[in-house]
Design a protein around this ligand. Sequence first.
Ligand code: ADP
Ligand code: MG
Length: 217
Amino acid sequence: MSATESTLAVIKEMAAAMEEHREHLTSLDAAIGDADHGTNMNRGFKAALERLEETEPAAPAEVLKAVSTALISKVGGSAGPLYGTAFLRASTALPEEVSPAAAAAALEAALSGVKQRGKAEAGEKTMVDALEPAATAAKEAAEEPGATVGGVFRAAAEAAREGAEATVPLVATKGRASYLGERSRGHQDPGAASTHLLLDAAARALEQTPQGPKGGP
Ligand code: ADP
Ligand code: MG
């Protein structure tokens, strides 16, 4: 399977996850936002799949760029521009063949894009609280001997899961949830939850697909 095909498989798995967990993400957003995060993400990834069908990208970076465009144009609110920026920045960091180090660099680029666009730092109860530990874990995993791209995303997903769970006791200081102040405490941030689900989907897709351009191990 080519790197482009693997990247497409990742996006398909992400889209399936957003559909499967739509209600869960929306119910998290109902508690501290406006109950649309699951619907937003599902709509955005459906649009991304349509765009990929139309544009037939020829490189991993082109796949991510098409996803970015779809998310920015089809998802309103905060999450569209934020995830759109994440995918765009990741695309600019991605070479034709994706090594473990390149995958980690793409996550790092996504993180810095989100932080810049959202003017958010870790600890503010946003998707940054999942993405930042994910990028750190990815970098560490990429430096291990025998690292694989799937392993890098698995490590990122696990760290994102812990990061998303750790948003529960936090008070939101960015985004819609910040209007609630202290009352945002005790709920998981929906964007952190979707970041975990997206990275988990990526890991799953990559663990299923043979690595390397010729389908070798
Ligand atoms: P909206 O808040 O416009 O309804 P969504 O519900 O789709 O958009 O997305 C909400 C999520 O976006 C939050 O849970 C949070 O993770 C993320 N978010 C909101 N504002 C910011 C920000 N400034 N920086 C980083 N992430 C943010
Ligand atoms: Mg919302």
